[in-house]
Every structure is written in structure tokens, then in C-alpha cells.
Design a protein. Structure first.
Length: 622
């Protein structure tokens, strides 16, 4: 079963108690001073709103009830924000108060001295200028305005930033990909470098009159891929990032004419807006995005009532299915991805879809690829009969950062994991319900938000924990030995070449009290004649077969335990294979000894026991 179709995953995604969003879109106005040919409003598309401005009371409600709990505001929509400098100033002031980042998009027609000063003084973080061209002729065809005046306005902003010794707003250029302008993408990268911009964004375009058959995304992906490659070559030399929206718009799996362009109808929409970024329209309505119908209105309900209401819950249930809403199927803003076959491990950057809700984007440091967790974050792992969960975690090094993480597995009790600032540790926890085919792992903690506690910080994290990976490990064993030693599980290959020098065994031990400082033990292998794939003989018969064997071999080990680590620890052992060892089936047994060599008795287990060692499984020497 695909992850997106599993009842436990669907239940999680459609939980009415959704996490508070990390960011919001605010549409201050739907008035605009240009009529771009690819704009739905210019083309008279029915879904676009009439000209209006947001009521100050609605804006006040957003700024007082929603903004204190988020980390970013994006000022977007069908209008031009610089037409509303007073409301823009109000938003920037509220954002500074709550240490929230603000990004905005503009056509730069009104980016004069006064507007530049407002953006710098108000600490706007990112400003995206929609250019769509790198030449006067193409710009005039698409946007109908004077290209040289736009570039002059951008120079005004850069001059004012230099005078104020300000790095912000960070400048970005964007282009909607059309046959009319795609050839100018490389030149736009050069222009971005000359104008001190940091990136160029290529946005996929949907089609309608008068831009029918113009979309590079829908019609000419080969040209798109080739042009992006050229742009990235220039960008790498001139230190300009090239970003695609959506990221996979030129992949083989995508959309054509608004539908999956493949016979595989199981493709899923690559969108998390319904869980993370609501859109506040000028009339007070709240939408999942600019293209969706309203799911509520602030003039009738509170934001939290809408966000956790039935309509949002229903949308979240449908979004990752093979049949999302029609508006989502035709949306050019997000692509499609194949459904997920869940695995027993989750590694950031490789199988990110198993990281469900509550995560920031993938990042990388000297320790590897990781994801920051929000105040609550979920992972889904597949596999039956595993013994335990492994988590590779690290907290931030900031003084006072998260010092106790709680892990919940399959709705069981929260397990506290203590941390020192900056500490990285691999945590092992037992699976209470190993027979489940999909396990839900949830990380949570008392939020520690840098933006609230560090002066001047706008760091959006709330739970300052890096997750480098998660996995289900081992086969169940659960054998209790004397001296507070409990063997929870084990792991080793089921087949090994007999001419190999060794093979690796992992024993997962649990110490209910303080662990001993050292452990001595052994791994024994006895040959049996049970064919591969067949069940073991009854234990009594197997015991008779292995007792007199002259071909057994073993590896002894001495293991220094970590006395300050969590209760469960991994004991790694390399078992040496004697030279010319006979091929065949061998049973693998494990036990522990005292310093004098006396075997430690097995107190309680359901596993077969032979001379104070437990039989774990068998291995084939091939």
C-alpha cells in the first residue's frame, strides 16, 4: 500500500487539530497599475476578484490573532502592494514587533525614493521584482511599460540600501515561462548580477487566452530544461541562484494541460499549502492558495475555527490522494510526484515524503543532511517485526535551546530524551506494537523559539532539534539475562559468502537500571541441516543436532557501555569466519559472561535457550 493511501497516514494529514501555519499570504489589494498579458485578471478569468482593498479591521485581526504565531508573511496576490503604502507600513511594523520575516512581490513601477525608504526602514526581508524579460522589446510586449524606468527604480533601491548600509530587502527577479520570453532567461541572470539581485525565479504558467499554447511548462519542457541549464551555468559564474517554481516543472513526471501526463493515475500533488500557508484575501476570506475557493471568512469566524474546520479537514484528506480537487489538478504552481512506497528508514533528502508534517526544508552541515523539526513533527516508517526505533538527533548549540525532546511511537506514552545544547546522539526506543505495518513517530518538546528569546533574531524554529535520520532496526528477541541485561533485538545478514573474513552483528540491549561499565559475551554459530527457507526443527531435535557439533565457531567480545546514554544501546560485533568453514545453514546464538568467564543465566525469554545463550536466527554461508 502506498503511504498516501494508508489509513494511519490519511488520519494524520486530516487531523482537525492541525499545526498552526508557519507562514501566511496576505493580499492587501487587488488593484494593479499594469495589465500583463499572462495575468488572469487582465484576461478576465472569472475566478479573479474585483478591484478592492483590504478593510483595516480585517488586517488588524490578522496582525493581532495570526501573526504572533507564525514566522513569515508573504505579501502577494492579484494587486500591486506599493499602491497601498499605509497598509504596507502597518504590516511591517507588526512584523518587527513579533520578529516575523516579511517578503513581498512588486512590479517596481512605484519603487521610488519614498517606497525604497519604506521597505528599508520597515525591514522587508525579500523583494521579488516581476520582470519576465531582459530586454525592452519583450518587456513591453508582456507588461506594457517602460523597461528602463523599472531598472532605474531598482537602482534607486540599491542606492538607498547602500546609503543606509542595509543588506535588506534582498532582491530577486522572476519570470513566468513562456515561448515569448524563455530565451531571455540567461540574459535575465546577467541582469540580476548587474542589479545586485540574489536569484532568478522561473515560474510555471497555466494557459488561457491570450497566452494559449505559450507555456513552456506545458508545451516545451525540452526547451525549458536546456535554457535552465544555460542559465545555471551563468548563475554559477555570477553567483546568482536559479530557482524553479515548481521545482520539478521540467521533470518527466509533471503535468500536461493540468492533468498528469502519464497513464499512471496514482501520481500525487506536490503541495503542502493546506497544512502550512493560508491565503488571506482582501475580503477577509481564507483560502488554501490564490487559486482555490474560500474555506471561511474572518468576518464570520475566527481563524482557528476556519483552520481546524471541516472544509479544511476535508481538503487535507483529498490533497495527497490520487484525486485531489480539480483546481489543484490544473494548478501550475505545484507539480506531481509518484506515490510513496514507505520504507523502514527515513533519510532527509532521499525519502522526504515519509517526513509528514512539522518540518522545515532539508539542510546540510558537516554532520550530514538534516531537517529542523517544528514544535511537533512526524515521521512514518514501514515494517513489521522490527525490534526498535533509531533516531539520529541533535539540538541547537544556542544556550537555553531545547533540552528535552519527547518521542511518541504509535500513540503510546511520550518518552523524554534529555539533551545538552549542541549534543548529538543516536536514540533507540522499543516498538510496543511491532506487528503494525506503518509506524507513526512524533517528536515534540516545550517550544524554544530563538526569535522570541534572542535579541534581534528572526529564526523561525520553535523546536530546535535537527533530525539526521530515523529507522526501524533489528528483529525481536526480548531475552532477559541476570545482572540487569535485556536483549531486545538483533540484526545480521541472512546470507554471507563463506569466503568472507567476517560478518557484522548488532545486539540491541536495554538496561532498566544503571548499565554495567563493561560487558563480556559471545556469539556462537552451530551448523544444522535445516534447508534454507524451511522452519527450524523442533527445539528438542535441534538441540540434539547442535550439541555434539565439532564445526561450531564463535566470536567473543568485550563492550564498554555508555553509562550516561539512554537505556537502550547498540552493541556492534564483527564475527570472524574461520578459513574453509563448511557452507550451509548455521544457527546464531548470543550470551554474556562475567569477568571470570562464567555464563550469565537467562532469566526469562520465549527464544530457545542453549547453555545460557539464546538462539536468535540462522544464517546461510553460501
Amino acid at each position: 500500500m502506498y503511504l498516501e493511501d494508508h489509513p494511519r497516514y490519511i488520519r494524520h494529514l486530516s487531523d482537525p487539530h492541525a499545526l498552526f501555519p508557519t507562514a501566511i499570504n496576505i493580499e492587501l489589494t487587488t488593484f494593479c497599475n499594469l495589465k500583463c498579458i499572462m495575468c488572469p485578471k487582465t484576461c478576465g478569468i472569472a475566478r479573479t476578484p474585483a478591484n478592492r482593498r483590504m478593510d483595516p479591521e480585517i488586517l488588524d485581526s490578522i496582525l493581532s490573532d495570526v501573526v504572533p504565531g507564525i514566522s513569515r508573511i508573504d505579501l502577494v496576490g492579484d494587486g500591486e502592494i506599493l499602491l497601498e503604502p499605509a497598509m504596507l507600513k502597518t504590516v511591517l511594523q507588526a512584523a518587527r514587533k513579533h520578529r516575523v520575516l516579511v517578503n513581498a512581490s512588486t512590479n517596481a513601477v512605484l519603487l521610488n525614493e519614498q517606497a525604497a525608504e519604506l521597505l528599508i526602514e520597515g525591514e522587508l526581508h525579500d523583494l521579488n521584482v516581476s520582470l519576465d524579460a531582459a530586454t525592452e522589446i519583450t518587456y513591453r510586449k508582456i507588461r506594457g511599460y517602460d523597461f528602463k524606468k523599472i531598472i532605474a527604480n531598482i537602482e534607486t533601491l540599491n542606492r538607498r540600501k547602500a546609503e543606509r548600509k542595509s543588506d535588506i530587502p534582498h532582491l530577486h527577479f522572476s519570470m513566468v515561462g513562456m515561448k515569448l520570453n524563455i530565451s531571455e532567461l540567461p540574459a535575465l541572470v546577467d541582469l540580476a548580477a548587474e542589479c545586485n539581485a540574489e536569484s532568478v525565479i522561473l515560474q510555471a504558467m497555466g494557459e488561457f487566452d491570450p497566452v494559449k499554447n505559450q507555456s513552456i511548462y506545458l508545451r516545451n519542457r525540452d526547451i525549458g530544461r536546456e535554457t535552465v541549464l544555460q542559465a545555471r551555468e551563468i548563475g554559477s559564474k555570477r553567483r546568482i541562484r536559479i530557482e524553479l517554481w515548481p521545482e520539478n516543472q521540467f521533470d518527466e513526471v509533471g503535468i500536461g494541460n493540468g492533468s498528469p501526463d502519464t497513464d499512471d493515475i496514482s501520481l500525487r500533488k506536490d503541495c503542502f499549502f493546506p497544512w502550512d500557508v493560508p491565503y488571506f484575501a482582501t475580503d477577509g476570506s481564507i483560502r488554501p492558495c490564490c487559486a482555490m475557493p474560500p474555506l471561511g471568512n474572518l468576518q464570520e469566524q475566527s481563524f482557528e475555527a476556519i483552520w481546524s474546520g471541516n472544509r479544511y479537514t476535508h481538503l487535507r484528506k483529498l490533497m495527497k490522494s490520487a484525486s485531489p480537487p480539480e483546481a489543484c489538478q490544473t494548478c501550475p504552481g505545484r507539480g506531481w510526484h509518484p506515490p510513496t512506497i514507505p520504507a523502514a528508514h527515513a533519510q532527509p533528502g532521499k525519502n522526504d515524503t515519509q517526513y509528514a508534517l512539522g518540518w522545515f526544508e532539508t539542510e546540510q552541515d558537516s554532520g550530514g543532511v538534516y531537517k529542523w523539526a517544528r514544535e511537533t513533527a512526524s515521521i512514518f516508517l514501514a515494517g513489521t517485526d522490527a525490534a526498535l526505533l533509531s533516531l539520529d538527533l541533535q539540538t541547537a548549540s544556542d544556550p537555553g535551546s531545547t533540552q528535552q525532546v519527547y518521542v511518541q511511537i504509535d500513540d503510546e506514552d511520550l518518552v523524554p530524551i534529555p539533551f545538552e545544547p549542541g549534543q548529538r546522539q543516536r536514540v533507540y526506543l522499543p516498538l510496543i506494537h511491532p506487528d503494525l505495518d506503518l509506524h507513526h513517530v512524533r517528536l515534540t518538546a516545550d517550544p524554544w523559539c530563538p526569535a522570541r528569546l534572542i535579541p534581534g533574531s528572526r529564526d523561525p524554529r520553535k523546536l530546535t532539534v535537527k533530525t539526521y535520520g530515523a529507522a526501524l532496526l533489528g528483529s525481536r528477541c526480548n531475552a532477559e539475562f541476570n545482572l540487569n541485561i535485556r536483549l531486545l533485538g538483533y540484526g545480521f545478514p541472512r546470507a554471507v559468502d563463506a569466503f568472507e573474513k567476517s560478518f557484522h552483528v548488532d545486539l540491541y540491549l536495554c538496561f532498566d537500571k544503571h548499565p554495567p561499565t563493561e560487558l563480556l559475551g559471545f556469539i556462537h554459530l552451530f551448523p544444522v541441516s535445516s534447508p534454507a527457507g524451511k522452519p527450524f526443527f523442533p527445539w528438542a531435535e535441534l538441540k540434539r543436532k547442535i550439541a555434539p557439533s565439532n564445526h561450531r565457531f564463535q566470536s567473543d567480545f568485550r563492550f564498554t557501555t555508555d553509562v550516561i546514554a539512554p537505556r537502550i544501546q547498540n552493541l556492534p560485533i564483527d564475527v570472524k569466519i574461520p578459513f574453509h568453514q563448511p557452507k550451509g545453514t548455521w544457527v546464531v546464538m548470543a550470551g554474556f559472561c562475567t569477568e571470570t568467564g562464567k555464563r550469565i543465566p537467562v532469566i526469562r525469554t520465549r527464544m530457545p535457550v542453549y547453555r545460557h545463550s539464546v538462539l536468535m536466527d540462522r544464517i546461510e554461508l553460501t
